[in-house]
Write a protein that binds this ligand. Sequence first.
Ligand SMILES: [Zn+2]
Length: 154
Amino acid sequence: MKPSERESLRRRLLERRRMLAGDGGHLADAVRHNASGTTSGDLSNAPYHMADVASEAYEEEFTFRMMESNDDEILAIDDALEKMREGTYGECEECGMRISNVRLHAIPQARLCIRCKRSEEERARRPAATGFIPLSQAGRSAGLVPGASVRMRA
Ligand SMILES: [Zn+2]
C-alpha cells in the first residue's frame, strides 16, 4: 500500500472515530437523563404506565447496546491507528498475512484478512461447536468440506 493511500485511510479512520465518539456521547447523555428520571423516587412527576416503563427499559437497553458496538468500533479504529504508527497496519492479527487493499478500503479498521474473518464468522455461527477447530488452510487444500469433520460430543 502506498503511503498516500494509507494516509487517506488514516484520515477516514479519524473522521469515523470523531463521528462515533460524538454519537456515543450524545447517547450517553440521553441514557443518563432517562436514568435520573426513573431513579429519583419522586413518582409525582413520573406518570408512567407499566407499558411505558417497559418500553423505556427496552429503549435504554437498546441504547446501551448501540454504545457497546460503537465502543467496539472505536477500539478497532484506535488499534488500526496504533498499527499505522507502528508500521504493522494491514497485517492480519490471526495469521499475519497482509490484508488485501480492497478489504482495507472497504473496512479500514479490519483486524483480520478475509480468510480468517470468514472462519471467525463460521465459528460464530456454530456456538455449539466450541472446541471444534475450524478447518486449517491445510484442511481446505486437502479438499475437506466444513462441517464434514467428525466432532466429539459429550
Ligand atoms: Zn488471516
